[in-house]
Design a binder for this molecule. Structure first.
Ligand SMILES: Cc1ncc(COP(=O)(O)O)c(C=O)c1O
Length: 373
């Protein structure tokens, strides 16, 4: 037995870490030459300059330029936010702050973003599942039954991998149900694609509301690792006790501040408009395909769809992988049998994806006909 196995917490030995889009293909060589449509990133790089003037010094705990820029953008006061290494770090910090290991639990509403459960598992927090309804809305009766059983409730709107927004009235009901007993987190990683649906302005009304944001999606900065936790000051102070001393490196703060300046925000708005056009085109195309039995309505930068059966799902997924086009298999998620998710890349990338799928079907049909004759 290795020393790591001998000494590690027993539950880590069999634990499967989050299979991120990058980890899944880590062994498949460089990123070059592949079309990445599996992590809901934006396509195309930005151009940024980094200042190395003070790189010999530790950065500020919360770099002022960054916090002020996000405050101006989000209309949330600086004292109500914490910049983190992506929204993922926000998820982990919330669980570490509010859940005692091996005593407290979180509530999740699957199908949902995988990191809530992984972070809880890592920390030894329990996971209570209250699945979304068949219409992908919150099961309010199911959630009500869990009042008093959990310390944190994670809601995701727009949802990943589903793409739909949760009804604001339902979020309000959950906030009221858990007012005295749990932190209610609304993950708004994709909110730039439906900004009018943000519940950030409710922070003043609900002291137990926490909102997660990121620069990884509409801001096209997934590689930067920068996110924000928005909450009342007491919650921010409490979370600040468990975060690392220098969570945001100086180059990250430099680049993120530029992305949040007016010209950066203009780019975001253009990107969001382009994404919406391409998403509509992809949705229409998928709807017309005989092998596609369902296309989910998306308010984000990806589209989830269901294939007729498992064979077709594997055929499409593997056919794309063979051509270096990577999408995400969501078929293991609750109620998502035979579902795949495509991130909205560039027009060229989505064109190649469609052509590759069409070609795979033509080749297979030709082979079948040849065999029959
Ligand atoms: C719903 C949701 N929340 C959070 C994240 C993590 O974002 P970040 O890159 O800021 O860690 C993702 C990433 O895919 C996501 O889909």
């Amino acid at each position: 037995m290795s020393i790591a196995n001998k000494l590690a917490r027993k539950e880590l030995i069999d634990m499967v870490p989050y299979q991120s889009a990058r980890r899944l293909y880590a062994s498949s060589g460089s990123m070059q030459g592949k079309i990445w449509l599996n992590a809901n990133e934006a396509s195309g790089p930005g151009i940024y300059q980094v200042s190395s003037d003070s790189i010999n010094r530790y950065p500020d705990f919360q770099p002022e330029s960054l916090i002020n820029a996000y405050s101006a953008y989000s209309a949330i006061a600086a004292e109500n936010m914490l910049a983190t290494r992506g929204a993922d770090e926000g998820i982990e910090l919330i669980i570490r702050t509010f859940c005692r290991a091996y005593q407290d639990s979180i509530v999740i509403c699957p199908p949902t973003y995988g990191m809530y459960a992984i972070s809880a598992e890592n920390h030894g927090a329990g996971i209570i599942k209250v699945p979304l309804t068949a219409e992908l809305s919150l099961d309010l009766a199911g959630l009500k039954a869990q009042v008093g059983q959990a310390k944190v409730v994670f809601l995701c709107s727009p949802g990943n991998p589903t793409g739909n927004l949760l009804a604001q009235q339902d979020i309000k009901t959950v906030l009221e149900l858990f007012a005295d007993s749990a932190i209610v987190v609304v993950d708004e990683a994709y909110i730039e694609f439906s900004p009018e649906q943000s519940v950030a302005s409710w922070l003043k009304t609900y002291p137990h509301l926490v909102i997660l944001r990121t620069l990884s999606k509409a801001f096209a900065l997934a590689g930067l690792r920068c996110g924000f936790t928005l909450a009342n000051q007491d919650i921010i102070s409490m979370i600040s006790k468990v975060i690392a001393p220098y969570p945001i490196s100086a180059p990250v703060a430099d680049i993120a501040s530029v992305a949040l300046a007016p010209s950066g925000l203009e780019q975001v708005s253009i990107r969001v408009q382009e994404t919406e056009i391409l998403r509509t085109q992809l949705t229409t195309w998928l709807t017309q395909q005989s092998w596609c039995s369902q296309v989910f309505k998306s308010d984000a930068n990806f589209v989830l769809f269901r294939c007729q059966n498992e064979e077709v799902k594997n055929f499409i997924f593997n056919g794309l992988v063979e051509q270096g086009i990577l999408i995400r298999d969501q078929s293991k998620q609750q109620n998502l049998a035979n579902c795949l998710r495509i991130s909205i890349g560039s027009e060229r990338e989505l064109g190649l994806l469609q052509q590759t799928i069409i070609n795979s079907f033509i080749t297979t049909t030709a082979q079948t006909v040849a065999k029959e004759n």
